[in-house]
Design a protein around this ligand. Structure first.
Ligand SMILES: Cc1ncc(COP(=O)(O)O)c(C=O)c1O
Length: 407
């Protein structure tokens, strides 16, 4: 009689090396936690639905369908529909002072797809990719799935340490790319200073490597002030990857890549067999909403909302955290990064916190190698104002004591 195969080991043997063994971890775990409704969640980097346009979108949707314009429901060109491309170019020109040429722009299905397309286009197994330590977990996962050798460069409150980056490049050779989140970084909430931005692009020019600038939170500075983007400073060596997830709605899955035409051409090549094109319906909704001024109004309201939440979080941390806990004071975005006293472990704390009805994300997954064991990330973007103090009080009671302060 034939013995039934053990399918679990059969599938494990079938997996490609790049698929790794961490199905339970990564973004899926964070997204699952963030969806819980019965806990106070400082977990996922979700925009608050309070910022989403409701009526305005349904009016635009009705008008688009009534117009009979077939492009709304049809496949789109790989690089995006002409109208939305023109809208995004104009918007970049207004906000960044630079309009990408036609061959310097691609519409993507969110920033995560831009990162995926760049990885697919640039990374061979073993290639060096430099990132900030800590950095966005989704980017680490994408680079590692292409079997890159991902190495972190330290950050401090002024962003990535550019001198250390230059040393690493001198020691290991130029990377295929350096991935940076200069504005209100995920997870640390820090912003790269103007001086360091200028120094960074000069290192990339000198050694001839690409900088991938992720501007996911750039439009969410609480004061409305903006430092020059890396792409504006050096369009010759920078691809800017942007998203409409945090300033419009993640439900449309839309973003852009703007950079050197040779790189954008490869991204368009790579997109042909990821999703072939980003959804036309979402592109047209975005365009119409944006051209009517909706995006600007929404960004203004979002900045006020997240600025208020951040203030409440800072007050709660100051009021409740035991001595020895340090935290960053973000000028925008969604996150503050906490460093715990020595006897604590971020992953243990996250586990204990869930049983006390509070969700947080431990720091370790935000590093490609070791690091972040004594860190946690708090997101203030989608926690109700009234729950912030209670959540932090509960969390602080689980931390083993040290000395008070902030970074
Ligand atoms: C730094 C950063 N980049 C990209 C993304 C994902 O953006 P998108 O929804 O456009 O894929 C996030 C979302 O959490 C993020 O924090």
């Amino acid at each position: 009689m034939a013995v039934a195969p053990d399918t679990s080991t059969m599938w494990t043997r079938a997996f490609a090396t790049r698929a790794g063994s961490d199905e339970e971890g990564g973004l899926a775990a964070i997204l699952a936690l963030a969806g819980a409704t019965d806990i106070i969640s400082f977990a996922g980097g979700f925009p608050d639905p309070e910022t989403f346009p409701g009526r305005a979108l349904s009016d635009i949707f009705g008008r688009l369908i009534d117009s009979g314009d077939p492009s709304v429901l049809q496949y789109a060109p790989v690089k995006g529909l002409p109208g939305p491309r023109d809208f995004i170019s104009q918007r970049l020109e207004r906000l960044e002072g630079v309009r990408p040429a036609d061959d310097e722009l691609i519409i993507t299905s969110g920033t995560i797809e831009a990162i995926e397309l760049l990885s697919k286009s640039l990374i061979d197994p073993g290639d060096l990719v430099l990132v900030e330590g800590p950095t966005y977990l989704g980017a680490i996962m994408a680079f590692e799935s292409y079997e890159a050798n991902v190495v972190a460069v330290e950050v401090d409150e002024d962003g990535v340490d550019v001198e250390q980056l230059a040393e690493v490049v001198a020691r290991l050779g130029p990377p295929k790319l350096f991935y940076s989140i200069p504005d209100y970084q995920n997870p640390a909430g820090i912003t790269l200073t103007e001086e360091r931005r200028k120094a960074l692009v000069e290192v990339a020019r000198k050694h001839g490597f690409l900088i991938v600038e992720d501007v996911a939170y750039r439009e969410l500075g609480f004061s409305g002030a903006r430092l020059p983007s890396l792409w504006t400073l050096a369009p010759d060596v920078v691809v800017q990857a942007g998203t409409f997830s945090k300033t419009f709605v993640p439900g449309v899955r839309l973003g852009w890549g703007a950079g050197p035409k040779e790189i954008v051409a490869k991204m368009i090549w790579a997109k042909q067999n990821t999703d072939q094109c980003s959804g036309a319906l979402g592109q047209r909704l975005l365009e119409e909403y944006g051209r009517s001024g909706g995006l600007d109004e929404q960004a203004t309201a979002a900045r006020a909302l997240y600025g208020r939440r951040c203030g409440l979080l800072m007050d709660a941390l100051q009021a409740h955290m035991p001595e020895g806990v340090e935290w960053t004071r973000p000028g925008g975005g969604f996150f503050s990064w906490l460093t715990l006293p020595e006897s604590n472990d971020g992953t243990d704390l996250a586990r204990k916190a869930v049983t006390d009805g509070v969700a947080i994300v431990p720091g370790a997954p935000f590093f490609p190698g070791d690091g972040g064991e004594r860190n946690i990330r708090l997101s203030f973007s989608r926690v109700a104002d009234a729950a912030i103090d209670e959540g932090i009080e509960r969390l602080s009671s689980l931390i083993t004591l040290g000395k008070k302060g902030h970074r």
